[in-house]
Design a protein around this ligand. Structure first.
Ligand SMILES: Nc1ncnc2c1ncn2[C@@H]1O[C@H](COP(=O)(O)OP(=O)(O)O)[C@@H](O)[C@H]1O
Ligand SMILES: [Mg+2]
Length: 296
């Protein structure tokens, strides 16, 4: 059964998208079949992996992204998946095994204009159809916006695990705290829709520190995060085995450049970057490895 993981923090800009894209690419590079679901209407993961030109066509067409699933007469999820999404400039697949459920700007209408059956919320519709599609994968990863509105709910309800990307600062800690509060409420309202076949209810299972600058000591923010996590574990609002990941992702220019190149960092040749590339590629591989070992 595929592991389904949402990457979520109520703080924006902490590195959710960068973590999902690069971790997904490292998992695919070691032969795992990965489906990345982009649930952020900003579409950063989709633009990154499809490259701007291809994504622009999808966005302008108004069909074929995840929102088409929610429209009347919705398109089947498997028809929306972009298989082997990462291509070189001549259109050849360069990372078999990494598929994308892309989003475009119209996903915002899911929050504003969606009038689905109140007895069948959007997240339930999505989860039911994902179940079948997920059988083709080892991992289904969700890139979520910094909130728990309808789009995020689809990821969270369908997942069994949540990882919280964080920067070593007070705002990330606040974002984490807010997430746990909102998650508790969402779980209450959605509990009636859960079935045994879905596996264990979605739980916070990890905090991942990102964008760590060389020479900056993060022991104090890490300790504060650990204390908060322990408090949540005590009241069962985080999994008993939830942890701060040993792997931290270092700050590296190449992560910012990767979007323009339309490649995850493990596929960027050294000629296109600086010496920090090897460090951060090592970090993403180590993170993928640690996630594999942190199997529930
Ligand atoms: N390890 C890193 N090193 C350098 N820049 C990073 C790193 N991770 C993320 N960034 C940059 O930080 C910004 C926010 O990252 P992003 O992944 O978009 O965060 P989020 O999805 O949480 O909003 C982007 O400009 C991204 O390129
Ligand atoms: Mg993002």
């Amino acid at each position: 059964m595929a592991r389904k993981i949402s990457f979520l923090n109520y703080k924006g800009g902490v590195g959710k998208t960068s973590l999902v894209v690069n971790t997904a690419a490292c998992l695919a590079a070691k032969g795992r079949r990965v489906l990345l679901c982009d649930f952020d209407t900003q579409s950063n993961a989709s633009i990154w992996l499809m490259r701007l030109e291809r994504w622009n066509k999808l966005n302008a067409g108004g069909h074929g992204s995840v929102y088409s699933f929610f429209e009347p007469g919705g398109v089947h999820l498997s028809d929306l998946v972009v298989r082997d999404v990462v291509q070189d400039k001549s259109g050849h697949a360069v990372l078999p095994g990494l598929d994308l459920l892309p989003t475009t700007f119209n996903l915002v209408d899911l929050e504003n204009e969606y009038n689905g059956d109140p007895k069948k919320p959007a997240y339930l519709l999505f989860q039911e159809q994902l179940g079948e599609l997920a059988q083709d994968y080892d991992y289904v990863l969700f890139d979520c916006p910094p909130n728990l509105l309808r789009a995020s709910q689809c990821g969270v309800f369908s997942s069994n695990e949540i990882y919280v990307p964080s920067n070593p600062d007070a705002l990330s800690l606040i974002g984490f705290t807010l997430l746990v509060e909102k998650l508790g409420r969402f779980q209450q309202t959605s509990a009636g829709f859960r079935t045994a076949a879905m596996g264990p209810a979605t739980q916070i299972r990890g905090i991942i520190f990102n964008s760590i600058k060389t020479g900056v000591d993060i022991e104090v923010p890490k300790m504060r995060m650990q204390l908060r996590l322990n408090q949540f574990k005590t009241v069962k609002r985080a999994a008993a085995d939830a942890k701060i990941f040993t792997t931290q992702i270092r700050d590296a220019m190449v992560v910012r450049r990767a979007v323009t190149l339309g490649l995850p960092v493990n596929l960027i040749g050294q000629e296109n970057t600086d010496s920090t590339r090897d460090n951060v590629v090592h970090d993403y591989h180590a993170l993928a490895e640690e996630i594999e070992k942190h199997h529930p």
